[in-house]
Ligand binder design. Structure first.
Ligand SMILES: [Zn+2]
Length: 445
């Protein structure tokens, strides 16, 4: 992909002119102008209270948004929907008593506009007038190279198949709708949006929030409220309600603001406590990619014939064995189905540990199985085949018997639980030698 100046680099380039001129209103506006991810929301935009659906907690949780052009915008560049939709939801939540403190609002996940995309396929269109369309394509190519997310151009011939889609259109600054909203939803870009910022906006569409607003951020960064332009503080509110933090704090996340974002005086608004570099807009970090992948996984277990569960020792970062008698966090693998949809016999899969590591056939097969890599490749990709189970359907459901084969080199090598279980796992059996110790039972705990 094309490398671009990061937002923080642009901000640094701008500082000298600030130092040379009086710090009047125009300069403040210009300093705000180096943050296209904030430009959508004018300082005077009214702040209002609404609700967003939290998938993990299955509850509506309160959220503050700015009203701009009839849209409800959160943290500068995340469009939650229209103000009308937000007002209707507030009425519904209050009428039905669905607030976080009320009864659990079960069964609304599929119908709520702030939901996840059901599969890692996001259809999109691009209006003809949008500037720098090559940057949009570069951003999409970056996503395709780093994750199993697929952005698919929506056309007249496939429109019926894709009722929910993203429409990339012209607008001031760079902003995008947050999560799947149902029907048409927008991303708004002007000529100032770099490839990296567009990668960032696509992450919002998929459901990622800003890294620096995590619940645990004060352990890692210092927020300098006194250096912010008016209105910027709304972009630094912690998301104690609407999001759940995934993995450790990631200074290198493309979802982290840079030190000068929203600065009114050339001094930082956000500082890493250990002096780490923040605010890069070059590429998805390893954990950005893992976190997005996690949005599309389901929890998965494999059990050897002896009844022992497959375990990633230490939760990942070590060997894989088949010697546990109960299911805990280390035995719960996250299944990435590269073919999307339900797990079917013959699907290509990757298995992610609780720590984010991917299960790997060492050297692509022929020896042991470990869970070390943080980035999946061919050695971390397996094909799974159903060998038997309660039904003859091609869908792999709980208690089905499967074999797991390598994908990368020559003929597949199939996983074997050494001794039928109670010991290690090897990826070394040829198809002609499959026996009972190669058979694993699937679970979806
Ligand atoms: Zn953003």
């Amino acid at each position: 992909m094309a490398r671009n100046l990061s937002r923080s680099a642009l901000a640094v380039l701008f500082i000298p002119s600030l130092l040379l001129t009086a710090c009047g209103e125009e300069d403040l506006a210009r300093s705000h102008g180096v943050d296209p991810e904030m430009d959508r929301v004018p300082e005077e935009a009214p702040l209002r209270e609404g609700y967003v659906w939290n998938v993990e907690r299955e509850k509506y949780l309160p959220v503050t948004y700015a009203e701009v052009d009839g849209l409800a915008i959160h943290e500068g560049d995340m469009v939650l929907g229209t103000v009308k939709q937000m007002e209707a939801r507030v009425r519904e939540v209050k009428a039905l008593g669905l607030e976080a403190s009320g009864p659990r609002a079960q069964g609304l996940v599929k119908t709520d506009p702030n939901s996840r995309w059901p599969t890692p396929v996001v259809p999109y269109t691009i209006d003809s007038g949008v500037a720098n369309q090559n940057r949009i394509q570069d951003a999409i190519n970056h996503w395709h190279g780093r994750t199993h997310i697929r952005f698919v151009l929506r056309t007249a011939s496939n429109a019926a198949q894709y009722p929910d889609y993203l429409r990339v259109q012209s607008g001031s600054g760079c902003s995008a709708s947050y999560g799947r909203q149902g029907g048409e939803q927008g991303m708004w870009l002007d000529g100032s949006c770099s490839t990296g910022t567009i990668i960032h906006e696509f992450a919002h569409v998929l459901g990622l929030d800003h890294e620096h607003n995590r619940q645990d951020r004060d352990t890692y960064v210092i927020i300098r409220w006194e250096n912010m332009v008016a209105g910027a503080s709304a972009h630094f509110q912690q998301n104690n309600n609407e999001d759940d933090d995934a993995f450790g704090y990631d200074y290198g996340s493309i979802m982290h603001y840079g030190p000068m974002q929203g600065s009114r005086n050339g001094r930082p608004t956000i500082e890493a406590r250990g002096g780490q570099s923040i605010g890069q807009r070059d590429a998805l970090s390893t954990f950005d990619a893992i976190t997005v992948t996690r949005l599309f996984t389901r929890t998965f277990t494999l059990r050897a014939p002896s009844g022992h569960y497959v375990v990633a020792e230490g939760g990942g970062g070590g060997t894989v064995n088949a010697n546990r008698v109960a299911v805990g966090p280390w035995e719960r693998l996250q299944l990435v189905d590269l073919d999307g949809g339900a797990l079917m016999t013959g699907d290509l899969v990757q298995l992610q540990t609780i720590n984010g590591n991917y299960v790997q056939a060492a050297n692509g097969g022929g020896s042991g199985v470990n869970a070390n890599p943080l980035v999946p490749g061919e050695w971390e990709t397996f094909r799974i085949w159903k060998m038997g189970g309660p039904t003859g359907e091609p869908t792999i459901t709980a208690n089905d018997i499967v074999v797991v084969g390598t994908f990368s080199v020559g003929y597949p090598k199939y996983w074997e639980a050494v001794g039928g279980g109670g010991a290690g796992v090897l990826a070394h059996t040829d198809v002609g030698s499959l026996g009972p110790s190669n058979m694993f039972t699937v679970g979806y705990p």
